[in-house]
Design a protein around this ligand. Sequence first.
Ligand code: PEP
Ligand code: MG
Length: 587
Amino acid sequence: MSRALSGLGVSPGIAIGEPVVHETRPISTLRITIPPEKVDAEIERFRQAVAATVDHIQENRDRASQQMGEEYAAIFEAHQLIASDPSFTGPVEKVIREQEVNAGWAIDQVLEKLIAKFEALPDEYLADRKLDVLDVATQILHALQGLHLGQLEQLDRPVILVADDLPPSAAVQLPLDKMLGFALEMGGPTSHTTIIARSLGIPVIVGARGSCEEAKRSRRIALDAFEGKIVFDPNPAELSEYKSRQREYHEQQATLLQMRHVPTVTRDGRSIQLLANIDLSNELGKAMDWNVAGVGLYRSEFLYMKMSPALPTEKDHIEVYREMVSKMAPHPVTIRSFDLGGRKLAREIIGEGSEANPVLGLRGIRLCFSKPDFFRAQLRALLLTAGEFPVGRLKIMFPLISGIEEVRVARLLVREISAELRAEGHEIPDGIPLGAMVEVPSSAIMARELAREVDFISIGTNDLIQYALAIDRGNRHVADLYQPLDPAIIRMLKQVADVSKDKGIGLFMCGEMAATPHHIPLLLGMGMDELSMNPQSIPQIKRVIRSLDVKDARSFVREALKKKTARGVFELSRDAFGDTLSEVTFS
Ligand code: PEP
Ligand code: MG
């Protein structure tokens, strides 16, 4: 019998395939009695899980020491010692043998006592080592349960990944070409894992609680991201229905592709530039398929996450940037300095320890400043690459700017490093465009002053909405409160658009709002004509733009600004553009 669960479809498409479960939360283990004749086999299974974990840690250790130096390897060595320490493995085997129970349960029992011992230590540093023990024990439990993310790299067949949580740092380690779809218990429409999946055309459902448990008992699942529905072990009738809808969707996509050379102009002749947001360099091909007018946002932090635990060297940076700028020529490429922190952790940069509110913590430009060596290395690479091309082909952008001092410091650094590179004999031209992301409300409010300090502004609505409305963009509990049409957001966007026009500086939008058909009239009406988005959304947005008049969009903005609630704006939009937009939305 098939079973179904619902969630929120956040990246369109239908996937049918074998599920693979990945759990990050502490694994709950059941107590299972083992028949006496199978106790030896259970101990052997435990030993194999320990050996697999030690091997896995060794691989990480080798990578780290090779690319970052021996001092970074110490943490992995400590983990290896814990995994194979007889004072841990001995008691586990004893519990399996004496109580005739499964290895997972035995690990839990031994772990509980060990953790209590660590917690009783007076030295805070030593007490914190309990985290290492927990980490290693979790890895062994994962090894006992089957696949873990590291092993997924060796997958030889396509699968649907079902996970409780999939942070972007883990998503980039996956063999994404083998991922048919994601069913996630956590996450939201603008979480970074969703954004990557959307760019690659991988269907995603988030907020589907209980999926991991169901998937463990299923051989096949059908994931319908249009309806937000996951069917476990679909019956033949359901299967054939999903297959036919999947075919239909692929045909639609192929038809859209035929629009690649059609110009992006409104009905009344206004030309709009559509650019691509790129997270991983393999998305570039898709962007080029859609004939984009450049890269409006390269999220360079993904290079760090992809290479983790190693850090990209100056050469690594240059290779990626050079390839992107050459392939996009003659169009420009905007590269954002690393926006790590928040949910985009790179342990190697941030270090151990956690922040209570990471999204309000050491993130974006703040982290760049607090790690000057890493930031300088990236700026050197950006300037060196920019020097290889005509001025303007590579633009540099700074993330999470909250005030003009940050821009001034960043500009100063760029000037200093340019001088340093020139002294080394490199040709670094003047006038490389420098821009700021406006994604913190304070910088939207101060847009007029900010505009004097930069060559362009790019509005990041994903964060702007999160910070302005105090809604965590990755939290499914408040996902319905994440409201781009809130009048406060609309007023902020209008103010930034007006200021940019007044000051004659470049204005882009690179948040997901630009990739949502319903929001396009608003953006066009405010005069935003450079929109950057995940490549997958480009043909659909092009179709919307070609169906609109700027004149109507302007009068819509005038009316929308009078509304007091998001619902009011939504209804106004539905009345004005409902018919036009209903044909182009994916659900
Ligand atoms: C944004 O915040 O809108 C943005 C484009 O940046 P990111 O999604 O990477 O935070
Ligand atoms: Mg952002």
